[in-house]
Ligand binder design. Sequence first.
Ligand code: DLL
Length: 437
Amino acid sequence: MVDKLIWNPKAESMLPKERELLQLERLQHIVKYAYENVPYYKKSFDAAKVKPSDIKSLKDITKLPYTSKDDLRSAYPFGMFAVPHEEILEIHTSSGTTGRPVVVGYTASDIELWGEVMARALSMAGTTKADWVQNAYGYGLFTGGLGVHYGARKIGANIIPISAGNTKRQLEIMRDFGTTVLTCTPSYTLYLAEVAAEEGIDLKKCKLKAGVFGAEMWTETMRDEIEKRLHLTALNIYGLTEIIGPGVAQECIEKTGLHLQEDHFYPEIITPDTLLPVAEGHKGELVLTTLTREGTPMIRFRTKDITGLRHGVCKCGRSTVKMDRITGRSDDMMKIRGVIVFPSQIEKALLEIPGIEPHYKIIITRPNQLDELEVHVETSKKLFSDEVRHIEEIKNNIESHIERAIGIRIKVTLVEPKSIQRSEGKAKRVFDMRNLK
Ligand code: DLL
């Protein structure tokens, strides 16, 4: 049973008018602070001919220039820092798979803020002092491990700081210590369930009640799969290194969107092409401004994540704006023969088919100047040992199902159970071979 807990009712259930006043006060402060302490912002505001004193209402935020990941990379390593190094307590970096990593710094007050938003997030999953939180996000420069750690510590829960990996040990600890809250990437949960079955560990008999899963894209169908296999309530957590790490937004047990901690992070949704705001409820790219960060304040950071926002009071009692599940990134959008396709559409379509395992990879190639998309998908053991004719039928069925979902026919290859590499952290599912040529 997941309790309905609100960690900070004053902040999370505030009247919208009251919150807007607080946001404006904080926005005016952070814009002036960034302008005066980070040369990058002085330069970019001056170039856009905007001064901190021009921010008279929340809408005036649109006068400010955007900040992109490339801007942050150019400032490598410490160009975005607003305080001297003596005041920085901790450093984190984005994974930096392409190019230089983004470096962010946390002052004592930023660490306090991180603990606060993460305590709010874990409370949405019913976490109390009485819980055992098995934290299987990686500790280190990645923000997942320490972010959850600070939140669980603030709540006073028992933290099992196991970090990512060591799957057999994770399961033994889960069973022997009586873990109640599991935190890791959604893809890792499926691997845990798979190894549990091999090791004869009955997850039904474990004490798991909730999971706080994020750091990568996942779908509603994946949630159903995880809940069925791990016997817990699976909730979505969102965040990014540039803003704070995990804790920017989190789902409550109503599962109707992620509450965004908007007294600390101010959200906007824009159309990536025109950079203009979209209407309430419509999807676009999320842009975030940190209202209270001291170490590395971010003004209008373009996250590239695609989502929509909805205002209103939730059944849980929180009044914070709700963000839809992320359906893709404006930069992982695939354009196949002129059609825009997001990996999440493929995942959703795949998992609707019985006998298909939630393990897949998407491969993009360009054999004759034309993009080709191929999906490798694992089948269940039973299905794989079936007659060739039957397998061919299933393959055609999947191809047609995906075609109905995305509008074009792509190639599907059924592969042996367990042949697709499992991940302990963020799963890599899209392989764009076009860049390798
Ligand atoms: O992934 C922070 C985090 C740790 C979030 C643990 C949740 C749990 P980065 O490594 O900087 O930070 O990656 C940030 O991951 O811009 C999204 O594209 C993606 N992402 C994060 N959470 C979700 C989610 C952490 N719930 C990038 N759904 C973001 C979809 C997510 N994508």
